[in-house]
Write a new protein. Structure first.
Length: 77
């Protein structure tokens, strides 16, 4: 079993820009390195009803296992 601390070390954090809003709080995000991924809102952002619009800069957490998806955890200014 993997401990919580070990799981957090595997998370990749990147920044990107939202290009398109899709249904069910999914977004197309272009990362700073040029890759386009599918991003979804984290639970805290859904609970606090943070609005994300196309053009917003966001912080994304990804796992090394699936580089095509990421969790949007913060809306940058």
């Amino acid at each position: 079993m993997v401990r919580n601390e070990e799981k957090n070390n595997q998370i990749i954090k990147k920044e990107g820009r939202v290009t398109e809003a899709l249904p069910n709080a999914f977004f197309k995000v272009v990362l700073s390195d040029g890759k386009e991924i599918m991003g979804f809102l984290s639970g805290k952002m859904r609970m606090n009803r943070i609005t994300i619009l196309p053009g917003d800069r966001v912080s994304v957490e990804m796992t090394p296992y699936d580089e095509g998806k990421g969790r949007i955890v913060y809306r940058l200014k």
